[in-house]
Design a protein around this ligand. Structure first.
Ligand SMILES: Cc1cc2nc3c(=O)[nH]c(=O)nc-3n(C[C@H](O)[C@H](O)[C@H](O)COP(=O)(O)O)c2cc1C
Length: 172
């Protein structure tokens, strides 16, 4: 299962792209918004992703991982978080990315013990924020845009597919 929590759609599209790669490798995948997702118990492996708001996963995603922590710890799980550090000016981008990655990976590791966590940048448009945030953004030298790195996303999905294929029991 690939479960996602997305406020404006970019995380959902990343989940769908990951699914395409897994399916291309012969895996059967269901892609679901987390508010509709069942318990992970019916799945062999799970990929969960959330947009980042205010430095954290969206409440739907945080609640899902807490509610199903035990089932998630019992199976292979990969996590991805979608923020917008790539939109920041160069002088702050790398350190902001690294500290956000560290903090999220640490918080999520405590709940579900994932096999991997990928921090990505998604889509940031002025319409998603109050006007003062847009102004602050420009003053800081940040730029709105679509920062999804599809090659990186597909390569990560390919790693997941490889791990799942190598640990799968052979069919008779
Ligand atoms: C209200 C709001 C708060 C946000 N807070 C953060 C944040 O704390 N850190 C970050 O990196 N990105 C933040 N973002 C950027 C989003 O995570 C980014 O635009 C992402 O692509 C959203 O995914 P979605 O299109 O699936 O909702 C925020 C966006 C909004 C609208």
């Amino acid at each position: 299962m690939i479960g996602y929590a997305s406020a404006h759609g970019s995380t959902a599209q990343i989940g769908q792209r990951i699914a395409k790669v897994l399916e291309r490798d012969g895996l059967t995948v269901e892609v679901l918004p987390l508010q509709q997702a069942p318990s992970p118990e019916g799945y062999e492996a799970v990929v969960l992703g959330s947009a980042i708001h205010d430095q954290d996963w969206l409440p739907t995603a945080a609640e899902y991982t807490t509610r199903h922590a035990e089932a998630l710890r019992d199976r292979p799980v990969w996590l991805f978080s979608v923020g917008m550090t790539s939109a920041l000016p160069r002088w702050i981008r790398r350190s902001a990315h690294a500290s956000q990655d560290r903090r999220l990976a640490h918080a999520l590791r405590d709940v579900v013990c994932p096999r991997g966590h990928l921090l990505l940048s998604g889509v940031a448009t002025p319409g998603q924020f109050p006007r003062w945030v847009g102004t602050l953004f420009r003053v800081l030298g940040a730029h709105f845009g679509d920062y999804r790195d599809w090659a990186r996303i597909e390569a990560w999905a390919q790693e997941i597919a490889g791990e799942l294929q190598s640990t799968r029991p052979l069919r008779p």
